[in-house]
Design a protein around this ligand. Structure first.
Ligand code: SAM
Ligand code: SF4
Length: 317
C-alpha cells in the first residue's frame, strides 16, 4: 500500500531492453546500448525477485520488454514463473508467438497482448522499421484460433495511423479481439510532442460519427475505457494516459530487465533490486520503500515539461 492508499498487486517484468522491431515511439533511433547479458536478471534472479513480490501480495505478473520472446531464456523464465500463484500474462509484438503457443498453454497464460498499429504493410515498415507485418497478422490469427484472449495495442499518433481508427474498430466485427487505442506517451528519444497525440475525445468523436457505440463496464484497476459496437464479436477501448491520467486507481509496479524497480511508468527514481539480491540483501524492505515513495500522479512529472526517464523499450511497457 502506498501513501495514497493504493494497493499494488500487479507487477510488470521486462525480460530484455532489446527487440526485433524498432518502433519509432518506443526505441530511439540508432539505439545500440542494449544491456549486456551479465547485467540482465538471469532466470533464477527473475524467479527470486518475482517470488518476493508475490509473497508481499502481487497477484498478477505481465512479461514484457523490449520484446520478451527474443530473450534466449524466455521459455525457462515463463516456466519458472508459472509455478508462482499469480495470473501470468505477456505483451508481445507477436513475431515469435508461433514458437511459444504450447509454452503459453503449459504455463497457464490465457491472455496475450499484441502490438499492432496499422493494417498497412508500408506503414508497418515505417512505424516499426522492420518488414514483419505478415508474420504478426498470421500470429494474431493463430492466437485467436488457439482460443487465447487477445488484446491488440495500437499507439495512435496524429498524421501516422489516425486514418485507420475505424479499420481497427471494424476488425472487431468478425474477430474476437479487444483493441486498445493508446495515446502516444512521452519517453526518452521518441520525439513526443503534444500535437502528435491523438486524444481519446477526438477518437471517440470520429468513431461516434460513423458508428453506434455502447459503453461497457470497466474492470477495476483497468487503464482502459471499454466500448463495443452492438453485434460485433470483439471490443475496443482507450488508454488515455496523456489526456486523462488514471493514476488514482493505479496498482502497477515495474521491474526493468536490469533489475531496477520503478513504482511508476514515468518515475525517474529507481531502486536497484538486482544488485541487492546479488549482495544477499533483503529486497522486501527495498520494495516497500519504493512503493512508499510513489508519487500521486505520472511519477511526479508533467508532460508539458521535458520528462526525465528511460526510453520505453528500456523500461518495459
Ligand atoms: N514488444 C512488446 C510489444 O510491442 O507489445 C512489449 C513491449 S512494448 C514496450 C509494450 C507496449 O508499450 C506496446 O503495446 C507498445 O505499443 C507500448 N508503447 C511503447 N511506446 C509507447 C509510447 N510512446 N506511447 C504509448 N505506448 C507505447
Ligand atoms: Fe519492440 Fe514492442 Fe518497442 Fe515495438 S513497442 S520497439 S515491438 S518493444
Amino acid at each position: 500500500m502506498d501513501t495514497f492508499g493504493r494497493r499494488h498487486d500487479y507487477l510488470r517484468i521486462s525480460l530484455t531492453d532489446n527487440c526485433d522491431l524498432r518502433c519509432t515511439y518506443c526505441m530511439p533511433e540508432g539505439k545500440n546500448d542494449f544491456t549486456a547479458a551479465a547485467k540482465l536478471m538471469n532466470p533464477e534472479e527473475i524467479a527470486a525477485i518475482a517470488e518476493a513480490f508475490v509473497s508481499m501480495g502481487v497477484k498478477k505478473i505481465r512479461l514484457t520488454g523490449g520484446e520478451p520472446l527474443i530473450r534466449k531464456e524466455a521459455r525457462e523464465i515463463i516456466q519458472n514463473l508459472s509455478k508462482l500463484k499469480v495470473d501470468l500474462t505477456i505483451t508481445t509484438n507477436a513475431t515469435k508467438v508461433h514458437e511459444f503457443i504450447d509454452d503459453f498453454k503449459n504455463a497457464g497464460i490465457h491472455s496475450v497482448n499484441v502490438s499492432l498499429d496499422t493494417f498497412n504493410k508500408e506503414k508497418f515498415i515505417k512505424i516499426s522499421r522492420r518488414n514483419e507485418m505478415e508474420l504478426v497478422m498470421q500470429n494474431i490469427h493463430l492466437l485467436i484460433k488457439e482460443g487465447f484472449h487477445v488484446k491488440l495495442n495500437a499507439v495512435m499518433m496524429n498524421g501516422v495511423n489516425t486514418d485507420e481508427l475505424l479499420d481497427f474498430v471494424t476488425f472487431t466485427k468478425d474477430h474476437s479481439v479487444h483493441v486498445r487505442f493508446i495515446e502516444f506517451m512521452p519517453f526518452a528519444g521518441n520525439g513526443w510532442q503534444r500535437e502528435k497525440v491523438f486524444a481519446y475525445q477526438q477518437m471517440l468523436d470520429v468513431i461516434q460519427e460513423k458508428m453506434t457505440i455502447e459503453k461497457l463496464v470497466d474492470e477495476q484497476h483497468t487503464t482502459a475505457k471499454k466500448y463495443r459496437i452492438p453485434g460485433f464479436l470483439g471490443t475496443f477501448a482507450f488508454i488515455n494516459t496523456v489526456t486523462l491520467p488514471f493514476c488514482g486507481d493505479c496498482n502497477r509496479l515495474r521491474l526493468t530487465a536490469d533489475g531496477k524497480m520503478k513504482n511508476c511508468l514515468f518515475s525517474k527514481d529507481e531502486i536497484d533490486l538486482l544488485t541487492a539480491i546479488r549482495n544477499g540483501q533483503d529486497i522486501q524492505q527495498l520494495i516497500l520503500q519504493s512503493v512508499k515513495n510513489k508519487k500521486a500522479q505520472t511519477g511526479g512529472q508533467s508532460f508539458d515539461l521535458p520528462t526525465v526517464n528511460r526510453s520505453m523499450v528500456a523500461i518495459g511497457g
